[in-house]
Design a protein around this ligand. Structure first.
Ligand code: ACO
Length: 318
């Protein structure tokens, strides 16, 4: 199984750190030095399925295949347009094609989980081309009065086309979860409502214990990278790029230091987009692809981590 094309789409409206200074007690210096984020994209008239559709169109174009060639659509998202139908179903409708289609929610760990699920399905079926998308409108879950979280998140989508091929591609994917740390990062909640019982409507917006998630991330990203290297008998020096979930540049710098790897090998674009959850890795991949950074045969590692708490890593021969 290998990735043959990438695509991405981000909304045009830019929300800068200066703008956030008008909303909450914060400043550009604090946000930049603590997170590395300078601005993020915010959708004003498009929902998760629209971002996903645009990213998918660009990936299909780059793969030079038609929507009808797609055998499976998986959309990784924790911010779907609706409970029903799935975002993947909405894409399928827009493309007017017939194939298996469903959403996957592992929050910021979603894209790596998506790779695990899609490659497993491809291995056990006759699927030739699969569309895997990470798409999020996190800004609809943000509490714009909470300076601990509102500075972090943005909207966007990234997509890849996977091909069932004999060529070396996705070598090994590892995923894990720790549900007993759910309290550290949560959002949403649908109140019970039936003829026998009715709950009050709860606050559905993101709440996060930032420093707990920070420590968790540093730990699991290090372990995930070590694990995929071990399982594939790969030396860390063979890896050209680590493409991690874009949450905080301090997390990535710390991991580079712990692994004794040059920081330059940790691709970062969070200054432009902030944390776009399951979309951050495919957006980064597409950006790298368009810059010509990804060369045939190059080994790269993708690492996701987030609410759940979930995490995972995959080693790819590009
Ligand atoms: N502006 C100014 N001050 C602030 C702000 C702000 N925006 N936010 C918090 N502070 C203050 C706090 O109130 C605190 O003040 P105090 O010392 O007087 O109490 C101080 O800054 C330090 O706060 P911390 O939370 O300890 O700051 P920290 O250095 O940990 O940075 C951050 C916070 C950026 C959230 C960091 O912890 C982080 O990035 N955590 C990881 C987030 C992550 O990786 N998420 C991934 C998954 S997301 C998903 O799955 C959807």
């Amino acid at each position: 199984m290998r990735i043959i094309a990438t695509g991405s789409y981000t909304p045009s409206t830019v929300l800068t750190n200066d703008f956030l200074e008008e909303l909450v007690d914060t400043n550009d210096e604090w946000i930049t030095s603590r997170t590395g984020i300078k601005e993020r994209r915010v959708t004003t008239n498009e929902n998760t399925s629209d971002l996903a559709y645009n990213a998918a169109i660009s990936a299909l174009k780059n793969a030079d295949i038609a929507p009808k060639d797609i055998d499976l659509i998986v959309v990784c998202t924790c911010t779907p347009d609706a409970f029903l139908p799935s975002v993947a179903g909405m894409l399928q409708r827009k493309f007017d094609i017939s194939c298996m289609a469903f959403d996957l929610n592992a929050a910021c760990g979603g894209f790596v989980y998506g790779i695990k699920v899609v490659t497993s399905l491809m291995a056990s079926s006759s699927f030739k081309y699969c569309l895997l998308v990470g798409s999020e409108v996190l800004t609809k879950l943000v509490n714009w009065e909470d300076r601990n979280t509102c500075i972090l998140f943005g909207d966007g989508a990234g997509a890849v086309i996977l091909e069932n091929s004999d060529k070396k591609g996705i070598e090994y994917t590892y995923c894990d979860a720790k549900g007993d740390m759910d309290y550290a990062l949560k959002a949403g909640g649908v109140p019970l409502s039936n003829p026998f019982y009715k709950e009050d409507i709860k606050d559905y917006r993101i709440e996060m214990l930032g420093s707990e998630v920070f420590k968790f991330a540093v730990n699991v990203v290090y372990k995930s990278i070590t694990k995929v290297l071990e399982k594939t008998n790969t030396n860390i020096e063979e890896i050209s790029y680590f493409v991690c979930h874009q949450a905080n540049y301090r997390i990535l710098k710390k991991i580079a230091k712990d692994l004794k790897v040059d920081e330059e090998k940790f691709y970062m674009n969070l200054e432009k987009y902030g944390n776009t959850s399951s979309a951050s890795i495919p957006i980064a991949l597409d950006e790298m692809n368009r810059k010509g950074l990804l060369k045939d045969g190059m080994k790269i590692v993708l690492v996701g981590f987030g609410a759940g708490l979930t995490w995972g890593a995959t080693l790819i021969n590009w």
